[in-house]
Write a protein that binds this ligand. Sequence first.
Ligand SMILES: Nc1ncnc2c1ncn2[C@@H]1O[C@H](COP(=O)(O)OP(=O)(O)OP(=O)(O)O)[C@@H](O)[C@H]1O
Ligand SMILES: [Mg+2]
Length: 235
Amino acid sequence: MLELRDITVKYGNYAAVHQVNIEVTQGEIVVLLGANGAGKSTTFRTISGLSKPASGKILFQGKSIGGKSPDKIVQSGIVQCAEDRKLFSQMSVKDNLIMGAYVHRKNKKQFKQTLKEVYELFPILHDKSDFSAGSLSGGQQQMLAIGRALMAKPKLMLLDEPSIGLAPLIVEQMFESIQEINNEGTTILLAEQNANAALSIADKGYVFENGKVVVKGSSEELFSNKEVRKAYIGA
Ligand SMILES: Nc1ncnc2c1ncn2[C@@H]1O[C@H](COP(=O)(O)OP(=O)(O)OP(=O)(O)O)[C@@H](O)[C@H]1O
Ligand SMILES: [Mg+2]
């Protein structure tokens, strides 16, 4: 479904991502693991069209999306949920969700149906639909960010560290919701430092170090890999 071939991304002379190859098959949950600064968000921004690769190719459903603008990429079915959530904090929960449906704004019927699905997935967003986004707790804001991304009806959802800053119990619920979104048919590419939780729902993963993929494998392979355990699981 998504293929990165030898992708290099530079900030000035510095290659934050170096000759990375990634393959995501339709229906999968794929996780990018790696410490701070390893290149996960840069990879995401490049898939979303916010950064341009210095070299390499990005294919989505067989077509090159390498030079496309971010809005074209959203229209093609890739929606990113950024690390900092980027909510409109003064606006209501519902208005944030409406913004997410912008690409499908002409399809009222679909909008209503998708909104209903998002409220079913995250009932608290329904309860708080008239509250300002800024008044929500951290976990609720993350749900809203994911809900807003879902309103665009993505084929592939990019989730950049959805568990960051959340309490352990909330993290667990968050990963259950991600699993549920995947079960409903959305393919997911996830960046995480919480390797334990991420590998428990993922099909496969890639470990980033200094902009390079140093290990890749199925979740079981990564989970039992000594180096990966030592660096990211802590046992
Ligand atoms: N806008 C930028 N300009 C210059 N350097 C940048 C920029 N954004 C990121 N970098 C650098 O690129 C490298 C990769 O950063 P990136 O944000 O992709 O890592 P990450 O894996 O997402 O880290 P984190 O887990 O902290 O989010 C880091 O060395 C970072 O300092
Ligand atoms: Mg990041």
